[in-house]
Design a protein around this ligand. Sequence first.
Ligand code: GUN
Length: 297
Amino acid sequence: MAKLIDGKGFSEQLVDRLKPAVADITKATGQPPGLAVVLVGEDPASRVYVRNKTERSKAAGLHSAEYRLPAETSQQEVLKLIDQLNRDASIHGILVQLPLPPQIEAAAVIQAIDPAKDVDGFHIVNAGLLATGQEALVPCTPWGCLLLLRDLLGDMSGLNAVILGRSNIVGKPMAQLLLAENATVTIAHSRSRDLPGLCRSADILVAAVGRPEMVKQDWIKPGAVVIDVGINRVPAPERGPDKFRLTGDVDFAGAEQVAAAITPVPGGVGPMTIACLLRNTIVAAARQGGVAINLTD
Ligand code: GUN
């Protein structure tokens, strides 16, 4: 039976280790690290993510400002808000929750964020720094996955890592991070041939496709480590009409029979994403305030 990877517990330890840095920055600059979270529209999952990000930021002693804009907001209005936040000295990190409504081009909004405040790590400057092995603000979800993998495996040199999904948010940065750990990396996606066979070659399997329970037990090499990034809302009629449950991209019950270790959904990768967002905001605030902080991971 697979070991259950406790992302919730691990993320709490991570946030505890950030507290001295929050105190140092607040003392040195006279203000806490500040995070602005922008939500456009009413997507129910996004609303939950944004609320969690704001609440966890406040609990960690950060200043957190939430901007909720109606679904019909124009791109120009969003860009105006970004410009205002770029110039706001109390804000050190800006996060625009994705997806955005169709009239707004996500790339245009992301590129408008000051790269120094881009705590999602989505700006081309940060993506380029990561791809070329330089110090970057790293996307939170893949960074959280990497911290779990490092804790579990230590040295990943020569291990076969297969990433299911090629998004800018998870798949591509995850590949960069695993390459930097000397893993042999494959990015597989919807057009890949023989997905089950590719997955079966993986010592490390990261599933980030957004398809509920797509990865089956016989796709997993015995002894592999499985990181399930998916958070899918699926109908749960057994809980009553209109009820949902959360499930990952991996068939958990099957996978835990063969994997060495696996992340649960919820309670695996999700809390790590938020811990890494707080970490990025603190790092960004320290750089902007010229404060030296000592974070080990
Ligand atoms: N939507 C899904 N994941 C993310 C994320 O990590 N950051 C933002 N801003 N939006 C998302």
